[in-house]
Design a protein around this ligand. Sequence first.
Ligand code: SME
Length: 137
Amino acid sequence: MKGLLEGERDRTANLANAAALIHGSFDFWWTGFYLAAGRELVLGPFQGPVACTRIPYGKGVCGTAWARRETVVVPDVEAFPGHIACSSASRSEIVVPLVRDGEVLGVLDIDSRDLAAFDAEDAAGLEEIAALLVQHI
Ligand code: SME
């Protein structure tokens, strides 16, 4: 990821390649970004099937991670109150906020077809990636 981002500061280019690298390295269902715009998150670069375009602050897993400013791991999306189902194939999810100088720029959202696909190790690794990404967007 470091090598991929090095020397490039364009937000779209870097988020698009980051989504492709993560998605292509694992058997995830959906990997992508939502970017903060006012009180909403708007769909950004992603890999996978078409997805919902706008998520209000505090809504769904993505809006919750934004409001809490922390990673949210959801082992079973059906058990998460307010989960926004873009696809019925998604069974578990992780959302990592992209925080720069205390401001949430957006979130990295990953969905899996398997239950409980994400754990603390994934959270730690993806948070490292998020920290790297905010320096390049
Ligand atoms: N499930 C997310 C919505 C985005 S899709 O998973 C791509 C949520 O509850 O915020």
